[in-house]
Design a protein around this ligand. Structure first.
Ligand SMILES: [Zn+2]
Length: 199
């Protein structure tokens, strides 16, 4: 079946809504792909269909992966007793890119917000508490946003963890994080991790 002009326009309009793309880039990308429709475009289409079918959240940490438990959670070398708590999966991927942290992660999936009626049970906070004894955790590093919601979340978790005796630390102050970790260069992320402080 031949693609109609409408279909191509719809593809451009859909691509234009992707993060980092606008109408101009979307047109360029679509034209680039159409010129390689039997190669790169076919490969991309089949990869997208496969990822759409198989991508899921890791049952332990919330990372997005192709299996029920992600490679970080299954790697015994990463059972260091440290868990780094992040707001979003993008933060986890940014930290992994920097290779500064060799423990495991926990993705909250958002921040506490009275305004948006997001409470502890809407985030993956109960699951975090369960992991403490299951994985013999000794330190929880809160790599959360410097926003009011991020700090409210950090304080809530620090208090919830207090009875456990686990060390709770935060990244160096002044680092804009929480969904924005992805925009930091790897050196800054590494420095922020090294300069973590007790909460
Ligand atoms: Zn995982």
């Amino acid at each position: 079946m031949a693609a109609s002009g409408d279909e191509i326009e719809t593809l451009i309009a859909t691509m234009a809504r992707l993060p980092g793309l606008g109408p101009r880039s979307a047109r360029r990308v679509v034209l680039h792909l159409i010129r390689r429709r039997t190669g790169q475009m076919a490969q991309l289409a089949s990869l997208m269909a496969s990822v759409a079918e198989n991508a899921r959240e890791c049952l332990v940490c919330g990372n997005v992966t192709g299996s029920d438990i992600c490679p970080i959670c299954t790697d015994p070398a990463r059972a260091t007793g440290e868990i780094c708590v992040v707001t979003e999966v993008a933060d986890l991927w940014a930290l992994e890119r920097g290779r500064a942290f060799r423990g495991r992660y926990h993705v909250l999936g958002g921040s506490l917000s009275a305004l948006d009626e997001i409470g502890p049970d809407d985030l993956r906070i109960p699951q975090l508490l369960e992991r403490l004894s299951d994985e013999r955790i000794t330190e929880v590093i809160l790599a959360l946003s410097a926003t009011v919601e991020g700090q409210t979340t950090a304080h809530y978790i620090a208090e919830a963890l207090a009875p456990s005796g686990v060390a709770v630390t935060g990244l160096a102050q002044g680092v804009p994080i929480g969904g924005e970790l992805d925009y930091l260069d790897d050196g800054t992320i590494t420095a922020a991790l090294r300069a973590r402080r007790k909460l």
